[in-house]
Design a protein around this ligand. Structure first.
Ligand code: PGA
Length: 262
């Protein structure tokens, strides 16, 4: 297993479908101020809704805080009403995209195959990707958590060149923990992350498996981030609710940064 500090911590703030332009501008200003000193230690990235990308970008330009979209079309351009392409995200100043979030897999019926197409297209276009995977409560209770995570990872990384995998961060987000206030126990989170790392080792090679960043998502907050981010195979977090308050997002980033110094 690679030394803890060899993987640069990553924390994403997924604002989901929240905030208007002035609220988004205010929060991005506050986050930029709060995170200024941490830029050397971690990758912190804000994922606002598409309509806020331009405003948020304006407040992050002179900072090391990154910007990403919450999804990305598998197509480059054309008759795809409602979709946003990788090229459009890049044009708006984003360098990252979340792909395969459970609110799209389960809420909108996105298949493993579609997630894989999106991942390949985003990487091909030059974006970095936060690939979300995670099991439902029913799948966990029936002992299928690892099987589900492995299946989602294999489909999402199918055909992805090893040289592109360095631009992928995997977010393990148990569906039952998202937005519920119930986070995975440290033992379950560590086990899931270790299994995901093993899967990447098996798909590629041990070096890549050891170097890929795997972050936890699902009710991560200032109270549990210290414990979860210090687990051996957890390299940071993807934060929903707690990313809507600059001081909470800062606290989660600080927990991830503390790991870097471990
Ligand atoms: P949550 O969301 O922190 O509100 O649980 C996490 C996510 O969906 O990325």
């Amino acid at each position: 297993m690679a030394a803890l500090s060899s993987r640069r911590p990553f924390v994403g703030g997924n604002w989901k479908m929240n905030l208007n332009r002035s609220e988004g501008a205010r929060l991005s200003r506050e986050c930029a101020d709060a995170l200024g000193g941490m830029a050397d230690a971690i990758d912190a990235v804000i994922f606002p809704s598409f309509t806020l990308l331009g405003d948020v970008r304006a407040h992050l330009t002179a900072t090391a805080v990154g910007l990403g979209g919450q999804d990305c079309s598998p197509h480059a351009k054309g008759a795809y009403t409602g979709q946003v392409s990788a090229e459009m995200l890049i044009d708006a100043g984003a360098t990252w995209s979340i792909i395969g979030h459970s609110e799209r897999r389960h809420g909108l019926g996105e298949s493993d195959e579609l997630v894989g197409e999106k991942v390949r297209h985003a990487l091909h276009s030059g974006l970095k990707v936060v690939l979300c995977v995670g099991e439902t409560r029913r799948e966990r209770e029936s002992g299928k958590a690892h099987e589900v995570n492995s299946r989602q990872i294999r489909a999402a990384l199918h055909g992805v060149d090893p040289s592109d995998v360095a631009r992928v961060v995997i977010a393990y987000e148990p569906v039952w923990a998202i937005g519920t206030g119930l986070s995975a126990s440290p033992e379950d989170a560590q086990e899931a992350h270790r299994e995901i790392r093993r899967e990447v080792c098996a798909l590629y090679d041990p070096e890549l498996g050891d170097s890929i960043r795997i972050v936890y998502g699902g009710s991560l907050n200032p109270a549990n981030a210290g414990t979860i981010c210090s687990l051996p195979d957890v390299d940071g977090g993807l934060v929903g609710g707690a990313s809507l308050k600059a001081s909470d997002f800062h606290a989660v980033c600080a927990a991830a940064a503390a790991r870097a110094g471990a």
